[in-house]
Design a protein around this ligand. Structure first.
Ligand code: HEM
Length: 296
């Protein structure tokens, strides 16, 4: 997925620096000592001095990018590292946020699914915070996320350009044309999905998955340019859902329609408002919290 830098690229000349940035070429650290990510978008100085000195020891993504070497032993320029990081942030953040938004939106309207999911979490986690090691023991949770991304794929369509003439489904496709493929449309096709508009995580049995044609489900696209963050996204989404749902029920208090605004991602046109209720045994106790579960 290509992403455009908000605010556009900036040069290293002092005059064009963010007014909030320091003059010594470093990204200002946040309160926890980590660089403030927002500043990286605007900042014109050398943001990686800070990383070189402080961050490497944590073995995080930035450190790994700074350490990466190609076959000839060359590392990336700072600009390349920054661009890679922006791609990871922009490709990875909103997509996963949208997947979580639609999952909470669907759960709020399907109490039976939520109850089954919460029962699985209670049974397998026994009140402990979920860890990476636990997600394999939460098959219903995985089905919920898959079904949510079937109905609301965060990326609703992709395009490809054939390098040579081809024939697809009886249609002649000349080289160089733009071919669009829509997850949003294919995922709701009754040829592959029985009762396609229904939110039914139960449908995702191993047998069902084996029976699906390969590209009848492709939230992360396919081929050499498929998403490189797919496993990370699935892990992150499951951990976030398990952590929140163990303790809270999210009640939908805005429109029961997402009214999607298709673009590179499919965002709800309006904020999705949820009221958070603390879970206490079989009772939902209203908590004094309100969350905006939209990606805006
Ligand atoms: C639910 C979450 C996500 C969804 C639905 C998603 C979906 C996609 C799709 C459909 C593409 C292909 C776009 C195209 O072919 O035009 C893509 C590419 C990409 N994704 Fe994701 N993504 C998600 C999460 C992430 C995360 C968490 C990361 C990184 C941490 C990430 C990084 C990337 C990158 C770098 C590409 C470009 C790959 C390339 O062009 O070789 N994505 N993603």
């Amino acid at each position: 997925m290509t992403t455009e830098e908000p605010g556009g690229a900036s040069s290293a000349s002092g005059d064009e620096r963010s007014p909030t940035g320091p003059d010594d070429g470093r990204v200002p650290p946040g309160p926890d000592g980590y660089p403030v990510v927002g500043s990286l978008v605007e900042y014109a100085g050398d943001p990686f001095d800070f990383e070189r000195e402080v961050h490497r020891e944590y073995g995080d993504v930035v450190s790994k990018l700074l350490d990466a070497r190609d076959e000839a032993g060359h590392g990336m320029t700072d600009r390349q590292v920054r661009d890679e990081m922006m791609t990871l942030l922009l490709a990875g953040h909103e997509t996963t946020a949208l997947a979580l938004t639609s999952t909470f939106f669907l759960l709020a309207q399907h109490g039976d699914v939520e109850a089954t999911l919460v029962a699985e979490l209670d049974r397998e986690l026994d009140g402990e915070p979920p860890t990476v090691a636990d997600v394999g023991d939460l098959p219903y949770l995985e089905r919920v996320v898959k079904e949510s991304m079937r109905l609301y794929p965060p990326v609703p369509g992709i395009v490809r350009e054939p390098v040579e003439d081809d024939e697809i489904g009886g249609y002649h496709v000349p080289a160089g044309v733009t071919v669009g493929m829509s997850q949003h449309v294919v995922h709701r096709d009754p040829r592959w999905y029985d009762d396609p508009m229904a939110f039914r995580p139960e449908r995702w049995t191993d047998e069902f998955e084996r029976s699906l044609p390969r590209l009848a489900y492709f939230p992360f696209a396919a081929g050499p340019r498929r998403c490189i963050g797919d496993r990370f996204a699935m892990l992150e989404a499951r951990l976030v859902l398990a952590t929140i749902l163990q303790e809270y029920h999210l009640e939908l208090v805005s429109s029961p329609s997402l009214d999607l605004r298709p673009s590179i991602t499919a965002r709800p046109r309006n904020p999705v408002w949820m009221q958070v209720h603390e879970r206490d045994g079989t009772q939902w106790e209203a908590a004094e919290m309100e969350a905006e579960a939209s990606a805006d």
